[in-house]
Design a protein around this ligand. Structure first.
Ligand code: MD3
Ligand code: FE
Length: 203
């Protein structure tokens, strides 16, 4: 099923359901090399979702600000290479939404435990904002908020469930977005967590 929520925002319901078990095995392999951690914002707050990255570039936040960089600050090593199964899923989803030839160089992995959330924000640290962002939701459902180009624009809410893939491009690319607090639950594949993979062309 494919829904368009406004211009340039395509929800591919359950697009990743069949690959989800292999994606989760791969997330575990990535996290074994680059541990999930709660990064600290420039304002000194710990993010409630645990994060790690794969690919040539990874997103980091610390006292100095937000940026992409090639090495994991926790380990000093390059981020794990972008798994082929990740890149292929992102390419297929982007193509299905009308963005052919998407080759992501960064995958951010967010792991939400009950109580975790992500406030409204824009993603604008990527060099070329004409590429879309592809997001893959795994495990427990969450309420996603999708606003407009201004923080004060009233957000729409949609529930993102296991296997849902969303492609954000064009005008949607710079819209404010976030997720509400994760409610406790159990999912057969991810246990008490929700995972979100976002694929970006950052460099
Ligand atoms: C719309 N993650 O990692 S995914 C993020 O569920 C992030 O973990 C949320 O926002 C999560 O930055 C939401 C959906 C998403 C991701 C990036 C976007 C929506 C977006 C970039 C631009 C517009
Ligand atoms: Fe975001």
């Amino acid at each position: 099923m494919q829904e368009r929520l406004g211009e340039d925002l395509v929800v591919l319901r359950r697009f990743a359901r069949d690959t989800a078990p292999a994606l989760m095995t791969t997330v575990a392999a990535v996290a074994a090399q680059a541990p999930l951690r709660h990064m600290v914002t420039p304002g000194g707050h710990s993010m409630s979702a645990a994060m790690t990255c794969a690919g040539a570039l990874g997103w980091v936040t610390d006292a100095r600000g937000y940026r992409y960089q090639g090495c994991d600050p926790e380990t000093g090593r390059p981020w794990p290479v972008m798994p082929e199964i990740f890149a292929e899923l992102a390419r297929q989803a982007a193509a299905a939404a009308g963005f052919p030839n998407f080759v992501p160089d960064a995958c951010l992995v967010n792991r939400y435990q009950p109580g975790a959330k992500m406030g409204l924000h824009q993603d604008k640290d990527e060099k070329d904002l004409s590429w879309p962002i592809v997001s893959v939701s795994l495990g427990l459902p969450i309420v996603f908020q999708f606003g407009g180009p201004k923080r004060s624009d009233r957000p729409q809410r949609i529930v993102l469930e296991h296997g849902d893939v969303v492609v954000w491009g064009g005008s949607a690319r710079l819209h404010y977005h976030g997720v509400l607090t994760l409610k406790a639950g159990q999912h057969p594949l991810t246990g008490g967590f929700r995972y979100n993979l976002t694929f970006r062309k950052a460099g």
